[in-house]
Design a protein around this ligand. Structure first.
Ligand SMILES: *Cc1c(COP(=O)(O)O)cnc(C)c1O
Length: 219
């Protein structure tokens, strides 16, 4: 199926409460424009340099979500361009984004990445670490919710349990960490192979790459 018809079909299929982020990492700008012309406005990138280059070249009404591991020396390629950083995976990084945003005089929308998979390669806060965050320490961060990746497995019950555990951490954070923050309302979970499960467990953002753009050679 073409990129255009894939986007149109997803826009028809998805509940209005779920935002689609088209993960365009490693994809050329022509493919992003195909999705854009079909009405897609949210795109995800996981490499700072690629995000900065594409954001500069492509239409300014695109909202870019950064979804990769971020190092402090790359903040200048991400903070000015991203409408949301979904992959804040440590308190140290949170502090660095807060300081950088302060210098630019802006507030940055962030999701706290929670480690929910059993694979230890996946980064993120443990639920305990996330629940001990103090939002008052980060005046330039707008805490919007949580993000997570399930284990890559055919065991759908396990994937469902992991998404469910992310939803629970979200609820606990809303009560204890983000108390009174009405904008703490996003749960980003679900990729091409597991987004239906993620939606049934309460995802508000799904991040789809290969099911829109085709298989990647890398990344
Ligand atoms: C690549 C990537 C995706 C999209 O993966 P697909 O399987 O191609 O849909 C989603 N989230 C993150 C964090 C990614 O790095």
């Amino acid at each position: 199926m073409s990129i255009e018809s894939q986007i149109k079909e997803l826009h028809n299929e998805l509940p209005p409460t779920v935002k689609l982020v088209a993960v365009s990492k490693f994809m050329p700008v022509e493919d992003i424009l195909s999705a854009y012309n079909a009405g897609q406005r949210f795109f995800g990138e996981n490499r700072p340099q690629e995000l900065a280059a594409k954001a500069t070249e492509l239409p300014s009404d695109i909202e870019w979500h950064f979804i990769g591991h971020l190092q402090s020396n790359k903040l200048k390629m991400v903070v000015p361009y991203a409408s949301m950083i979904e992959s804040v995976d440590s308190a140290k990084l949170l502090g660095e984004i807060n300081a950088f945003a302060g210098k630019l005089g802006k507030k940055v929308d962030c999701l706290i990445e929670i480690h929910i998979a059993s694979e230890d390669t996946k980064q993120g806060f443990s639920p305990e670490e996330a629940l001990s965050l103090k939002v008052g320490d980060y005046p330039n961060i707008r805490f919007r919710g949580v993000m997570g990746m399930a284990t890559f497995t055919d065991d759908s019950q396990r994937v469902r349990d992991e998404f469910n555990s992310l939803h629970k951490v979200f609820e606990q954070m809303k009560e204890r960490v983000a108390e009174g923050l009405s904008e703490f309302d996003q749960i980003s979970m679900g990729m091409s192979h597991d987004y239906k499960l993620a939606i049934s467990e309460g995802a508000t953002i799904i991040r789809l790459g290969s099911s829109i753009f085709g298989e990647r050679k890398r990344g």
